[in-house]
Design a protein around this ligand. Sequence first.
Ligand code: FAD
Ligand code: NAD
Length: 472
Amino acid sequence: MADKRYDLIVIGAGPGGYSAAIRAAQLGFSVACIDKRASLGGTCLNVGCIPSKALLESSERYVEARDRLAEHGVAVDGVSLDLTAMLARKDKVVEDLTKGVAFLFRKNGIEAIVGRARIAGPGRVAVRPADGGVQARTLECDRILIATGSETAALDGLEIDEERILSSTGALSLSAVPDRMVVVGGGYIGLEMGSVWSRLGARVTVVEYLDTILPTMDGEVARQMARALARQGMTFRTGTRVAEARRHGGGLRIAVEPAAGDGDAETIDCDVVLVAVGRRPFTEGLGLEEAGVRRDARGFIAVDTRFETDAKGIFAIGDAIPGPMLAHKAEEEGIAAVELMAGQAGHVNYDAIPGVVYTEPEAASVGRTEEALREQGQRVRVGRFPFSANARARSRAEVDGFVKVLADAETDAVLGAHIVGPEAGTMIAELALAIEFGASSEDIARTCHAHPTLNEAIKEAALAVEGREIHI
Ligand code: FAD
Ligand code: NAD
């Protein structure tokens, strides 16, 4: 027996689901949002974007106080680490922000329901207690939006116990700084969490299967990042695979071998291993097959351009569907999906979704990489500008990195932009806006940028597309 009928039930209260719920409520829908976690915000707020950024910020300040303030003439003696306080601050940031989502739900009249949801038929969702109880209640609705996100991808031979063999979740809460850490996977999580523990004193070795770290980013960005992070003390073993991990003494012995060919195996001893080889969509227990919701070969839910699945009235967004697994992508899709449900013109421009690695320096990217453009036979002109020639970067003593703008050789439209450097993640917004508005490199070059700012490096890179940069 159903207890109430809603216009929309959202399954999952991550950035995709909670943003969709809020937008739907704004559009006049009656909305319930179900999550098995009591604290709202999904992976992103609870165990993803937010706690990792809190630790990145804190660990960066620790290194700054210890090693870099002296350059500014600020003498700081006796800098020491209080890891307990650092972790407690991270937890408080998470708590405040998840409570913030609960406040937004109340403000918008959205019913937050804690429990495991399963699609029980067209317009019917069964909810069981999150603790595994069997007593279910059934809710009825006109439409269902699946926003169940993703989970850590497993690696054979490295079973996660969150003590010695960690996922990102375990790596956010280590109670002591490990002496030696092996990170498997040189992507977003590997570099961000590897940076945190490296800054706090761990000797970090990143084992990457492919020939480069950050393989989805522009090649120049990946190379510059590898150099910068190696200078900070991280060790990179690219073109290498983990064959086995065994308990050894109080720690672990990791056997690694060349990813290609039959080279010799070696061992690396460490205290903890972080498995960061990607994430996969989480759709377990949703009853998708019975509901007629099709998944692709990689387990992502297949949707049409309106985010509707093969089953009428069931929609899906975020990490559970194909595309970059990013919080802002999930949010854009959630909002577009409900606007389309309401008869409005929601859209997501997949060519203008920025990606940011929040290390120091940061790496940020929007649009296509130079490699992808050349592979697609696109004729491009490239403008580059180094932060070493930017006055503000020099004032900050943060000169590592560059801005790179890729423009169509015929139309001059900006097709891609890549930044390594201070505040790259904030600055990339200018270039995302440029792509969104169909700007040319000339448009950016002719836009007045305040002096002295880091963003002047973007203007200079745009000028450099035609070889007319001023400060180099
Ligand atoms: P999620 O945020 O995964 O939310 C899904 C929710 O659904 C979860 O709360 C889950 O409990 C719930 N759920 C699942 N199944 C059910 C069910 N049957 N019943 C009820 N509830 C259910 N992205 C960025 O853009 N920037 C970053 O800086 C960033 N940092 C990250 C750092 C880490 C360590 C990790 C792991 C990820 C990071 N990400 C980052 C990725 C980002 O977290 C995800 O892309 C984003 O959370 C996806 O949002 P979503 O709404 O699709 O799903
Ligand atoms: P990732 O896809 O970013 O990186 C995984 C890396 O592991 C790749 O470089 C891949 O080549 C490598 N790899 C795969 N199999 C391997 C193996 N067997 N041995 C060694 N290396 C292997 O994935 P991630 O770092 O786990 O993060 C998952 C996702 O979460 C990211 O793709 C991203 O979408 C999201 N995320 C985003 C941010 C951010 O926006 N700042 C931060 C963290 C996570």
